[in-house]
Design a protein around this ligand. Structure first.
Ligand code: MN
Length: 500
């Protein structure tokens, strides 16, 4: 359901007519060579399409309008090979509504010391041409990513890839529909927010459905489909004794499969790539969707529990960003602590953790749920694999959306957890639990998060810049005093920046 290979970033080189046709021909050749190299980089998940060298404000304007209306274009990669007077970029950049990256590079890696002359100098002048172009981005206060270095260097490909992945998620958000089944849980504040504001700023739409609409799809599921899916469960997971073909709770597995199939049909029909549900509103459902939500997330759907549509959108964005990378991405909740040994977090949820983060084959189990008053739900139980990850939360802080990102290190639990009937992740936040939790709480970060092994803080920073999100990083360099100052300064900045 996620396909980044059909998406494209346009490689756009700027110049002008001052230097004559020979120079422009060389510029064109260099430009297509660089675009081809980037397109062939295994790190960059989208096609890189070379566009003609831009030498006039009319062609730039037209290119930006074409980019806006292109279904597959996620954004522009721009580079000023020679000097391209930036006034001619104003009209185009003003109308561009897709992200752009400013690649500050040079075709030649080395200075040709013994042979350098003025024609070399006039051809290879991005050192000042890109500064002229950078000025107009700064003067117009345009959000953009600046990447500096040799285009041959794989570390530059990595930086472009990070930006491209963020741009793919932003592209996805433009038409993302989030199906919301039931309201926010009880009187929870942090999962609330302004859905109209989210649609204006973050583009996705949040659409409410009565749970009865889902129930209709669940009732229409055919027995043969259920049979096929339960066989798939049997083959994919360590299925608990009682849920196996002759087990005394096999019927509950059938119900779980029926819910998964109904949900899939409902999401397809409503064209929704993310959803929320709540244990408080399950009229007509035999169980709270457990294994269903888990497996839908594994397929790339965004999910937020208890009506949490903002986290559902964030999980979807991170699923898109991380598509094809090693490591999983999941809805998560800071659940309980180990305060000894420097401090660890046990992250889990009632049921809904994505098996893409599992370190081993998950087991399909059935246990009672202490809340919700429905049948015992089937869920996948596993431990998250260890390694470095990011844990991110999005909140509506009133006049803006705030993204809080924490670098965390997942670890194997120090002891077995034989009585814990849910999937779990154990991590140590950077720089440590004390500072991470202090700053997180000052920032108003939620208990619900999206956790990813595959992404780095840079992916989320680039995404935040495109989406106009405030982004607060908590990592090895964080200290509380500076962080609290950043919160105050940001309040001032966003108050002024929003105008009236
Ligand atoms: Mn929760």
């Amino acid at each position: 359901m996620i396909d980044l290979s059909s998406l494209e970033a346009w490689f756009v080189t700027g110049s002008q007519h001052l230097y004559g046709s020979e120079t422009l021909k060389a510029v064109e050749q260099h430009s297509t060579t660089i675009a081809r190299a980037l397109s062939e980089s295994s790190l960059i998940p989208v096609k890189i399409i070379a566009k003609p060298v831009m030498t006039s404000s009319e062609s730039i304007q037209q290119l930006c309008l074409d980019a806006n209306s292109s279904k597959n274009c996620i954004g522009l990669i721009t580079w000023m090979h020679t000097f391209s007077p930036a006034r001619m970029w104003i009209g185009g950049l003003r109308s561009l509504n897709k992200p752009y990256l400013h690649l500050h590079t040079q075709f030649n890696e080395e200075l040709p010391w013994p042979t350098i002359d003025m024609s070399f100098m006039n051809l290879n002048q991005s050192a000042h041409g890109d500064r002229e172009y950078g000025f107009i981005g700064a003067r117009m206060r345009l959000p953009r990513k600046v990447v500096v270095g040799s285009w041959r260097d794989t570390s530059i490909h990595s930086e472009i890839a990070v930006w491209a992945r963020a741009a793919c998620a932003w592209h996805d958000a433009q038409h993302l529909k989030i199906a919301r089944l039931g309201d926010n849980m009880r009187n929870v504040a942090v999962t609330e927010g302004d859905k109209v504001d989210a649609q204006i700023r973050l583009r996705y739409s949040v659409n409410g459905y009565g749970v009865g609409e889902l129930v209709r799809f669940i009732h229409e599921v055919q027995d043969a489909e259920i049979e096929r899916l339960t066989v798939e469960y049997d083959e994919t997971y360590e299925v608990a004794e009682s849920l196996r073909p002759n087990g005394n709770q096999r019927k509950a597995l059938h119900e779980a499969a029926r819910i998964e199939l109904g949900l899939r049909h409902f999401l397809l029909e409503s064209d929704s790539n993310a959803f929320t549900d709540t244990f408080e509103d399950l009229h007509g459902l035999a169980q709270l969707p457990g294994i269903a939500a888990q497996r839908l997330m594994a397929d790339g759907y965004g999910f937020g529990a208890e009506g949490d549509w903002k986290t559902a959108a964030l999980v979807r964005a991170m699923k898109v960003m991380s598509h094809g990378l090693n490591g999983g991405t999941s809805f998560m909740e800071d659940y309980t602590y180990h305060l000894k040994d420097g401090g660890q977090v046990l992250g889990a949820h009632m049921l809904e953790v994505c098996p893409s983060i599992a370190d081993d084959k998950p087991s399909a189990e059935i246990h009672p749920l202490s809340i919700g008053g429905k049948g015992d739900p089937v869920r996948l139980v596993f431990t998250a694999s260890s390694g470095r990850a990011v844990n991110a939360s999005i909140v509506d802080i009133g006049n803006r959306f705030r993204l809080v990102v924490n670098r965390v290190n997942l670890m194997r639990p120090e002891q077995p957890l034989p009585k814990l009937p849910v999937a779990r992740a154990i991590w140590v936040p950077e720089p440590n639990l004390k500072i991470a939790a202090t700053t997180w709480i000052y920032a108003g970060g939620a208990h619900h998060t999206a956790l990813s092994h595959a992404l780095t803080p840079e992916h989320l920073q680039d995404f935040a810049d495109m989406a106009g999100l405030e982004c607060l990083m908590i990592d090895g360099n964080t200290n509380v005093a500076d962080f609290v100052k950043e919160l105050r300064w940001n309040d001032m900045y966003y108050h002024l920046a929003s105008g009236i």
